[in-house]
Design a protein around this ligand. Structure first.
Ligand code: ZN
Ligand code: ZN
Length: 275
């Protein structure tokens, strides 16, 4: 773990404030500045969570948006509108946000357009967005570098692509979706069209496919993996963890020794990582 030598405080912190279809929001920050990735929880809850971790709202200098689904943009009007915090998204994702029923007031003054595969910087954060297939007009993952460390977030993943593998390989800390257990979804109460949507290659990622991705991209630079966006109906945290753990073990990668693995709880802060 890399600490500032003089103050012995962490150089930066990563927090999962909420994960899952009821709302997704991550915080990444240094002692001076912070950014949010997605803003899928209500403003009041978001403010409370940040306060609980001692993060002042005034230190938030950007919100990065993956895509326009409600569970990722619920408080985007509050952040981008009322608080005028810059909202970073691709042109297409901005278009999606603008026509979304979750947008309560205009965020045009805080609109910042980014391009996929074009690195950009905000203060100490070096950021690259990349394409992630999902059933919306556009969805991106984010690679964020602070100093020597790289955090990669990939959520709402229809299928694994070479681009996803390429970016996942760069991570020291990876947040990756493990949405559903294949058997639970198959035998569950969801209507057939919804089951098809989820498994279509434009929906979400199963525990099994997440395990396969991790075994194929693993190297000793990958320190920690957080499994995110677990389905309430078609998954259990223990099942997601076990499925991925077994997949890794089959390739000789030992959870706890070679890699730290965590599942993020739905709808409440759960992960905290200090670098
Ligand atoms: Zn989602
Ligand atoms: Zn989505």
């Amino acid at each position: 773990m890399q600490y500032d030598l003089f103050t012995s405080v962490p150089a930066f912190r990563l927090i999962s404030l909420s994960s899952g279809s009821s709302g997704n929001c991550y915080y990444l920050g240094t002692s001076k500045y912070g950014i949010l990735i997605d803003a899928g929880i209500g403003m009041r809850t978001l403010k409370k969570y940040l306060r609980d971790y001692g993060v002042a709202m005034e230190t938030i200098i950007a919100v990065l948006v993956t895509h326009d689904h409600g569970d990722h943009i619920k408080s985007i009007s509050g952040l981008g509108g009322k608080l005028n915090i810059p909202v970073y998204a691709t042109e297409t994702v901005h278009f999606g946000i603008e026509r979304s029923k979750y947008l309560e007031s205009s965020i045009s003054a805080s609109r910042r357009v980014i391009e996929k595969n074009m690195p950009f910087s905000i203060k100490d954060f070096q950021i690259t967005a990349f394409d992630v297939p999902h059933d919306t007009i556009e969805n991106v993952g984010y690679q964020i570098k602070i100093g020597e460390k790289t955090v990669v977030l990939i959520t709402d993943v229809g299928r694994i692509t070479p681009t996803i593998e390429e970016f996942a390989k760069t991570a020291n800390h990876l947040i990756i979706e493990a949405n559903y257990d294949e058997e639970m979804l198959l035998n569950g109460r969801y209507p057939q069209h919804l089951k098809q949507r989820i498994t279509s290659g434009m929906g979400h990622l199963s525990n099994r496919l997440t395990g396969e991705l991790l075994t194929s991209i693993y190297s000793n630079q990958l320190d920690e993996v957080w499994l995110c966006h677990l389905s309430q109906d078609n998954n259990h945290p223990e099942l997601a963890y076990k499925t991925v753990e077994i997949a890794l073990k089959e390739k000789g990668i030992s959870v706890g020794k070679d890699i730290v693995l965590k599942t993020l709880s739905r709808g409440k802060p759960s992960g905290l990582r200090e670098f």
